[in-house]
Design a protein around this ligand. Structure first.
Ligand SMILES: [Zn+2]
Ligand SMILES: [Zn+2]
Length: 285
């Protein structure tokens, strides 16, 4: 169950992690362990789809009664933690287990912590990052939003929540976050948040607003190629395709191999071929 290491069943040596695989359409992960001799072992386990809450069972999410039949996750975690890791910070201990393939132990360690200290804002952020890393951005976003709720003035939490929502395609939730959060960030943090919102607005076909956001974000020099790509997309959305071409070309001056820019230019060519298409120009494909 990824709480522990595994040994080879052929030569009894300790296995090392070869691969982490997310199973599609279900909250399940597989960690593939491998021995030098070629033996492999697939460790398959569920990913929690609910947030840890005090007094709730970590196995099933229901209130933890005296006669509760589920495994006591807190006791399991205590039994499997490394002595050498106990003095580490939570984030270091979690990273140590994640890196070595003991994903279940890492996730459970965070959740046990949160059932005991539900206001531990860093633990929520660590949880958010772990779920995003495992390609569950929607779950990651919920944890990051919890961190924002507890510490609304902390820009890193706001930005991590925004990135997770963007990756998860939860554009409406990202709009909601920005409504209150934009006033709480400045400088390059504000540019990053505006950039994220502009990407979401493009997805929602709201070109004018996307253009306003990305133009402000471009005043900050970071991530210029990607921001120029978003600008090109927004220009196309508001019917200014003639300006989108030079915008994509300016990316290639900075980075000749940029895939976004090549993609943007290809989309423009395609859009010109089908001028009467009712769909927005980048949706022609
Ligand atoms: Zn072996
Ligand atoms: Zn239970």
């Amino acid at each position: 169950m990824s709480w522990q290491f595994f040994d080879c069943e052929r030569c009894f040596r300790r296995l090392t992690v070869a691969q982490l695989r997310r199973k599609e359409h279900e909250h399940t992960m597989a960690v593939i362990w491998r021995c030098d001799c070629g033996w492999t072992h697939a460790d398959i386990f569920g990913i929690r789809s609910f947030e840890p809450r005090p007094g709730r069972c970590l196995q099933c999410g229901r209130p933890r009664e005296n006669d509760h039949g589920c495994v006591d996750i807190a006791a399991m975690v205590e039994a499997h933690r490394d002595d050498s890791a106990r003095t580490m910070s939570l984030v270091d201990e979690v990273n140590t287990y994640m890196r070595r393939g003991r994903v279940r132990l890492a996730l459970d360690l965070i959740d046990v912590r949160l059932t005991q200290h539900p206001d531990d804002v860093d633990a929520w952020a660590i949880r958010g990052n772990a779920y995003c890393l495992l390609e569950y951005p929607s779950d990651g976003a919920r944890s990051h939003l919890e961190a924002v709720r507890l510490a609304p003035d902390c820009p890193p939490f706001i930005l991590m929540a925004a990135e997770a929502l963007l990756v998860a395609g939860e554009n409406e939730a990202l709009m909601q976050l920005c409504e209150t959060a934009l006033a709480r960030v400045s400088g390059e943090d504000r540019a990053r948040l505006l950039h994220a919102r502009a990407e979401a607005l493009c997805e929602m076909h709201r070109g004018e607003e996307a253009l306003a956001d990305i133009d402000e974000a471009l005043e900050d020099p970071a991530e210029r190629p990607r921001r120029l790509y978003v600008r090109g997309r927004a220009l196309g959305l508001v019917g200014r395709g003639d300006e989108a071409g030079p915008c994509f070309e300016s990316i290639l001056e900075i980075d000749p191999d940029n895939e976004d820019a090549k993609h943007g230019l290809a989309m423009l060519v395609e859009a010109k071929r089908a001028p009467t298409a009712k769909k927005p120009w980048w949706k022609i494909f």
